[in-house]
Every structure is written in structure tokens, then in C-alpha cells.
Design a protein around this ligand. Structure first.
Ligand code: ADP
Length: 362
């Protein structure tokens, strides 16, 4: 069965057509530089045309069993993938307030697909869903409770699809059920997050109310004292929107080096003995180590520490450093592994499962 996976960014749509049984990618691509919301409709038309022409062209759209959409924020309502219906669209719309940079493009992608691929069932797969098992003691912020009650200010966590994919894959590799394993998974891409997974369920994760919290990232600050925000506003006269921009787009590796957010550049700069690149790398590694230590304390026993995504997969040195430095703390039985992520494949499988269950009910 073929499933089309759609990932809408603010100005681009990535797509992959996958065979869920063979796990093979039949077709994939990206439509970029989308300027306006109605541009997404044109993008879907382009994708439809690309799927019906060229190499591996489909004979008809009927070959597509379903369309799976990556949706960043599902709030507290969605702990698993769901079939898209008008009620689900309304609920995703509600969470746009919590993910203003992400949910609106996912929504416009869903609405465009409903028009362009009208009869094909669609499924929403949420980045926050896997983390919904976190206990309140881990997801609550120690601020007045009313902000949670009224506005749902709490920690949600992101990259959930990637953490789940990697956790399931690790269980396969270790030949043990996921329900018998305690894992620490690290998604180290341009964005980065860690999850503590006890017997298949997330008990803590480093990203919070937004993806800004936690590890040091390519351009995001990660954890910091929130009083810095008010201090900078008072001291420099910049407004809160600018501060938000600085913390999300001009901090992290980029902020410290002043040159690049790309780990490949940082390594090159370190080769040239650039002091700020050396500092940025040390900070990056130190924060990873702190989180693994904290999550080891949360989990008690750790079966595996697993690295994934761009940096996690292509820089074995990070895994090796952690293995060397943390072996004594975590114990000899803890494995340190690199497991490549594949969010699109999991979205395709979730989509197929949701559609199959719906068909069985009918
Ligand atoms: P995202 O999906 O979050 O954009 P990826 O998971 O693709 O990110 O990871 C992107 C990051 O991976 C890049 O910013 C870069 O720092 C890092 N990266 C990619 N290739 C390498 C490499 N060969 N060595 C070190 N880092 C790499």
C-alpha cells in the first residue's frame, strides 16, 4: 500500500510517497519558496502532477491509500494519529495559538490536500503525541497554576515521531520488547531534543512549551534563565518579538560562534583553532551530558543511549565521548548506539494503521 507523507513548513512542502510494506520510497521531493497561503494549493497541484508523471509514475491517484500530514502541535488532546475530519481540523486550528510558526502551514496543507486529492483519506500525525505520557510532575512549570488551567501553559515536547521511531528500532536491534527497555534517545539535528523513555513511554523530554527549551541547538538557546528576557528588553530597548527572534534564530551554535549554525562548519573552525567554535562545541557536548545524567537519574536503569538525526548520526564522536565519560555512571550494561531516524516512514505506517482501523470499523 502506498502512502503520501506531507510535511508543510512555513514556505515549503516536503513530500514522500512510500510503500508501507516494503518501506521503499517510490517518489519524493520538495516544493519551495511558497509565498502565500494559496501558494500551498499550487504546491499540491505540482505534487499531484509529479506523482503522475516521470519515473515511478502512478497510473492513477487511487493507488494512494492515504495521506499522512506531519502536524507539530496536538496539545493535550492528541496522543496518537487521527483521521482528519472537520472536527479534527478545528482542534488543530485551536493549537495554532501554541505553535504559530508551524500549525497554520500544516492546516493549510491539509485543507489544500482535501481539495486536490479529494477522495483520499487523510491522517494527522503529531510531533507532540508520543510525549503525552509524561507525568504532571515532569510537564508542569512551577508558575501560578492558573496559567496551566486557563491557557495550557505546560511542557509538551517535540520531535515525538523521531523519538518513537528510534525507540522502536532500538528495541528491534536489541531483540527485546520496547515495554521491557529504558532508553534515552537524543535527536540531534538543527533542532535538538532528548527523551527519557521508560518501558516504551516517555517520562520526560527536553523541549517544553515550545521547541526552545532544553539542549543547545543550531540557532536556539535551549535552557536559560527567563529573567534574561526582561533584562535584555530593559537594557537594550528591543521588544519581546525581537528577543523571541534572537532566542530562536540567532542563538545556539550560531550565537556563540557568530559564524554558523552548522556542525560541519563548527568542526572546520575548530580545526583552525577558532576559540568561539571550541567553546560552542564544548557547551553543546556539556549540555548533552547533563541531560543524559539527569535522565539516567529519572530512569534508574538505562538499557541504551541512542543518538539520531543529522549530528547524532554523522558525528560518532559525540556518541563515543558520552560512552567514555558516562560508562561509570550508567554502568557496563548500558549500550551507546547510533540509530538513523525516519520520521516519514513512521508517519506513513501510522497513516496506514489509522485508515485500516477505520475500514475495519465500517
Ligand atoms: P533538521 O531536520 O533538524 O533540519 P537534520 O537532522 O537534517 O536537521 O540535521 C541537520 C544538521 O546535521 C546540520 O545542521 C549539520 O549541523 C549536521 N550535519 C549534517 N551532516 C553532518 C556531518 N557530516 N558532520 C557533522 N554534522 C553534520
Amino acid at each position: 500500500m502506498k502512502v503520501l507523507v506531507i510535511n508543510c513548513g512555513s514556505s515549503s512542502v516536503k513530500y514522500q510517497l512510500l510503500h508501507t510494506k516494503t518501506e521503499k520510497v517510490v517518489n519524493k521531493g520538495i516544493v519551495e519558496r511558497i509565498k502565500y497561503f494559496n501558494g500551498f494549493m499550487d504546491a499540491m497541484v505540482q505534487i499531484k502532477n509529479r506523482l503522475l508523471t516521470g519515473e515511478n509514475a502512478l497510473k492513477s491517484l487511487e493507488e494512494i491509500a492515504g495521506i499522512g500530514h506531519r502536524v507539530v502541535h496536538g496539545g493535550e488532546e492528541f496522543s496518537e494519529a487521527v483521521i482528519v475530519n472537520p472536527n479534527v481540523v478545528k482542534r488543530i486550528e485551536k493549537y495554532s495559538e501554541l505553535a504559530p510558526l508551524h500549525n497554520p502551514s500544516a492546516l493549510v496543507g491539509i485543507k489544500s490536500c482535501l481539495e486536490i486529492f479529494n477522495n483520499i483519506p487523510q491522517v494527522a500525525v503529531f510531533d507532540t503525541a508520543f510525549h503525552q505520557t509524561m507525568p504532571a510532575k515532569a510537564y508542569m512549570y512551577a508558575i501560578p497554576y492558573d496559567y496551566y488551567r486557563k491557557y495550557k501553559v505546560r511542557r509538551y515536547g517535540f520531535h515525538g515521531t523521531s523519538h518513537r521511531f528510534v525507540a522502536e528500532k532500538t528495541a528491534q536491534i536489541l531483540k527485546k520488547p520496547l515495554s521491557e527497555l529504558n532508553l534515552i534517545t537524543l535527536h540531534l539535528g538543527n533542532g535538538a531534543s532528548v527523551a527519557a523513555i521508560a518501558k516504551g513511554k516517555v517520562v520526560d523530554t527536553s523541549m517544553g512549551f515550545t521547541p526552545l527549551e532544553g539542549l543547545m541547538m543550531g540557532t536556539r538557546s535551549g535552557d536559560m534563565d527567563p529573567a534574561i528576557v526582561t533584562f535584555l528588553i530593559d537594557k537594550t530597548g528591543i521588544n519581546y518579538k525581537t528577543v523571541n527572534d534572537i532566542l530562536n534564530q540567532k542563538s545556539g551554535l550560531l550565537g556563540i560562534t557568530g559564524q554558523s549554525n552548522d556542525m560541519r562548519d563548527i568542526i572546520e573552525l575548530i580545526g583552525k583553532k577558532d576559540e568561539r567554535a571550541i567553546l560552542a562545541y564544548e557547551m553543546y557536548i556539556y549540555r548533552i551530558k547533563k541531560y543524559i545524567g539527569a535522565y539516567a537519574a529519572v530512569l534508574g536503569k538505562v538499557d541504551a543511549v541512542v543518538f539520531t538525526a543529522g549530528i547524532g548520526e554523522k558525528m560518532p564522536k559525540i556518541k563515543e565521548t558520552m560512552e567514555k565519560d558516562l560508562l561509570e555512571l550508567l554502568g557496563k550494561n548500558t549500550k551507546f548506539m547510533i540509530v538513523p531516524t525516519n520520521e516519514e516512514l513512521l508517519i506513513a505506517k501510522d497513516t496506514y494503521d489509522v485508515i485500516r482501523k477505520m475500514d475495519e470499523k465500517q
